[in-house]
Design a protein around this ligand. Structure first.
Ligand SMILES: Cc1ncc(COP(=O)(O)O)c(C=O)c1O
Length: 377
């Protein structure tokens, strides 16, 4: 059992976003003031500029700012015309929004197991899950590294399926065989700007990337009430816009994203070196085909609940991403999955721990986390 009774103040928080704010605040204050003075709150200049800058950063032709990562996935599915009677394949082990977005369209999420080494979708399982109703695949670049996109795209092409990359946790990660950033490889790429993401807004936000002009035009209308001008609406759209204030902050942060990702990578290397000889801990394995931007630094241990209790009781902000795989979530009971359907997802969910990871984490903080883990064995 994981204890919920923690009275200790964190010595090492799971994430600390204040140093990021300190770093950008001199640029942020005038940017916000400019929006206020112009009254440029909705789809303002910063949104347009950020969309182009983010598209360029990813190596995609287009980007459309939206209200969250979940909405990015939903609008992408809608733009592809996916709905009732369709099936969309998603990993059994991811954040639940990946599957919820499918359910919101009326289509059915079909789960497949993951790899034990990089926690991304298993491509052999993927091909077996395809039926005549399958319309799309959503690979999730989990924790910050890319799925095996060449294998996935070959399968998608063979079966005439669309690919929506869920890159909510992988801003800037590179799929090495194509030398491309994630989000520029599938038909559409979806990112979340939830505040603690590697690129985070000051609240909810997201973006969709694509190289297709047709999909760009569809998503562009879908996210803004299906309009072609203020009061002319040609499709049923939604209010799923990215706010100008978020875009202004994101523009400033985007210029530092690579530097912050490198700091995370250095911290991950330091964790790895300190945990190298600790037999009880499985450290992250980086696939030869991907870089890793460590949105999450996840380790696995057999006696997970004891270890996480010990960490939390000693002021270390450890979390679990994710304790329950999607096929065993109550919300998806009606799909009829059962225990043992996806053994790797279930094993990983029972052993995983996310350790504190943020760009400005110090060596001393990492040392304290590792010492505390060692004490728990
Ligand atoms: C893999 C994945 N997909 C989708 C989402 C949904 O993003 P948001 O919280 O911005 O709606 C998240 C957010 O945590 C995520 O981690």
């Amino acid at each position: 059992m994981i204890s919920k009774n923690y009275t200790v103040k964190y010595k090492v928080p799971f994430s600390d976003l204040l140093p990021i704010y300190e770093e950008i605040k001199d640029e942020l204050t005038p940017a916000i003031e400019k929006i206020y003075k112009k009254g440029d709150f909705i789809l303002g200049e910063s949104v347009k500029l950020f969309e182009q800058e983010f598209a360029d950063y990813c190596g995609a032709k287009y980007a459309i700012g939206v209200s969250s990562g979940t909405d990015a996935l939903f609008l992408s599915l809608k733009a592809l015309g996916i709905g009732l009677g369709d099936e969309v394949i998603v990993p059994a082990y991811t954040y639940i929004a990946t599957a919820f977005a499918v359910t919101y369209t009326g289509a059915k999420p079909v789960f497949v197991d993951i790899n034990e080494d990089n926690y991304c979708m298993n491509m052999d399982c993927l091909e077996k899950a395809i039926t005549e109703n399958t319309k799309a695949i959503i690979p999730v670049h989990l924790y910050g590294q890319s799925c095996n996109m060449n294998k996935l795209k070959n399968i998608a092409t063979k079966h005439n399926l669309k690919v929506i990359e869920d890159a909510a946790q992988a801003h800037g990660a590179i799929y090495k065989p194509l030398n491309k950033r994630v989000g520029s490889i599938g038909d559409l790429g979806c990112f979340s700007f939830y505040p603690s993401k590697n690129l985070g807004a000051f609240g909810d936000g997201g973006i969709i990337t694509t190289n297709s002009e047709e999909l760009y035009k569809k998503v562009f209308m879908l996210r803004d009430c299906g309009r072609i001008n203020k009061y002319e609406h040609i499709i049923i759209g939604r209010n799923n816009r990215l706010d100008t204030v978020h875009a202004a902050a994101l523009r400033i942060k985007l210029t530092r994203l690579d530097k912050w990702n490198e700091l995370r990578q250095k911290s991950a290397d330091y964790y790895n070196s300190l945990l190298k000889d600790v037999q009880e801990v499985v450290t992250p394995k980086v696939s030869e085909y991907s870089s890793h931007i460590y949105h999450v630094y996840a380790v696995r241990v057999k006696n997970r609940d004891n270890v996480i209790n010990h960490l939390r009781q000693n002021g270390i902000g450890a979390l679990i991403h994710y304790p329950i795989p999607l096929h065993l979530q109550k919300a998806y009971e009606s799909l009829g999955y059962k225990q043992d359907d996806f053994p790797i997802s279930e094993k990983v969910a029972s052993e995983i721990i996310s350790l504190p990871m943020f760009p400005h984490i110090t060596k001393e903080q990492i040392e304290l986390v590792v010492t505390t883990i060692k004490e728990s064995f």
